[in-house]
Write a protein that binds this ligand. Structure first.
Ligand code: HSE
Length: 374
């Protein structure tokens, strides 16, 4: 059985990964070893799985890491930057599976999203590639949503306007969002009981708090609750954010085998949802096809696409972060022809940022490696 070293299993993506692995009985097919960057020597977590190591191993110990056939890390980019090259330089020739972005665009790595790029994965594996990296969450979620259209080579370009949840920024940010919500509520809770108080006065009070130095915003730097942030990730100093840049570059790396490349661009916006990213897509199709056919093609894209009828009730109830969070469903709806340009359609899609957006592609990659066996 393959020796698999886990790093960053306690964090948010890591714990979603482990939960899915336990739910899917993945641990029975491998020998797990748990590493820690801060608690080496302490006890393993109390899960009902067969442990190979008694105590947590130091995640910076290159010799210990070298004993693994596969290392899977959800520890983040800083850890990858510190350890990956050292481990490779030591001569280690195992598989490195990573949820962080550091290695994504490197020539000798594959962005893994196997329902879409199994072919790229197989080709790279046969060539001896051993670095497997999960993609940017909005990219993975968008590609799964429009998988059907991609398979039929129908997409000329996509403009993706995102509504990204707090989870994409990290666990601390999710906590901060809830704290901000609580702080706003506490500041006006007495006023809300008084039915005759003017809502504009209540709103003014909430706004004053949000814009004051007393508002909790250490992580987001600005309010997210009751607000939105139209910038995600670094400023590339050309008017584009790094998150927006990833849209086109990662998409086409994922589509590099078996698909034609497509143009992707848009604006990425953080909103006050917890863990599901939504995206409003404008898609220019290569030909004019009836909307019923488009619905059918999108719906048949893959087993996770859940087509939502384009009506008010279905959209409100089924096409939202509240409906999708915690599920592997990729909800896709609001599909209609736009009165702007021939062949342009709108699509709205929502998916769990921590599942298909982060943990699921790497969980599946681990399974693929174990099945391939080398
Ligand atoms: N960069 C994404 C976000 C999450 O900030 O929402 C990771 O893919």
């Amino acid at each position: 059985m393959k020796k698999v070293g886990f790093i960053g299993w306690r964090g948010m993506v890591g714990s979603v990964l482990i939960k899915s692995m336990i739910d899917e009985s993945d641990f029975k097919n491998l020998e797990p070893y748990f590493f820690s960057t801060s608690q080496a020597g302490q006890k393993n977590p109390e899960w009902n799985i067969k442990y190979k190591n008694e105590l947590l191993i130091d995640a910076y110990n290159i010799e210990e890491l070298s004993k693994m056939d596969i290392v899977i890390t959800c520890q983040g980019g800083e850890y990858t930057d510190k350890v990956f090259s050292k481990l490779r330089k030591s001569g280690w020739n195992g598989h490195w599976v990573d949820a962080a972005s550091s290695l994504r665009m490197k020539k000798d790595s594959v962005i893994v999203l196997d329902p879409i790029n199994q072919l790229s994965i197989d080709e790279a594996y046969d060539k001896g590639i051993k670095n497997w990296v999960g993609g940017n969450c909005t990219v993975s979620l968008m590609l799964l949503a429009i998988h059907g259209l991609l398979k039929e080579d129908l997409v000329e370009w996509v403009s993706s306007m995102t509504y990204q949840a707090a989870s994409g920024a990290g666990a601390k940010n999710m906590r901060e969002l809830l704290l901000q919500m609580g702080q706003i509520y506490s500041s006006v809770s007495d006023d809300l009981i008084q039915k005759d108080l003017n809502i504009l006065d209540i709103d003014g009070k909430a706004m004053a708090l949000m814009n004051s130095g007393n508002f909790q915003k250490d992580n987001f730097k600005v309010p997210l609750a009751g607000n939105l942030i139209p910038w995600i990730d670094e400023d590339l100093n050309n008017g584009q954010s790094r998150e927006e840049w990833k849209g086109q570059s990662e998409t086409n790396k994922i589509l590099s085998s078996g698909f034609k490349s497509i143009k992707v661009d848009g604006l990425c916006v953080r909103i006050g949802t917890m863990r599901s990213h939504a995206q409003a897509l404008t898609i220019k199709l290569k030909k004019n096809i009836p909307i019923e056919t488009i619905n059918k093609i999108i719906s048949n894209g893959n087993q996770w696409v859940k087509l939502i009828q384009n009506d008010k009730k279905s959209s409100m109830n089924l096409l939202s972060p509240a409906a999708v969070s915690g599920k592997l469903d990729i909800a896709v709806g609001r599909i209609r022809k736009l009165d702007i340009e021939e062949n342009c359609i709108s699509v709205f899609t929502v998916g769990d940022q921590l599942l298909w957006g982060a943990a699921e592609p790497i969980r599946r990659m681990l399974k693929i490696l174990i099945k391939k066996g080398r």
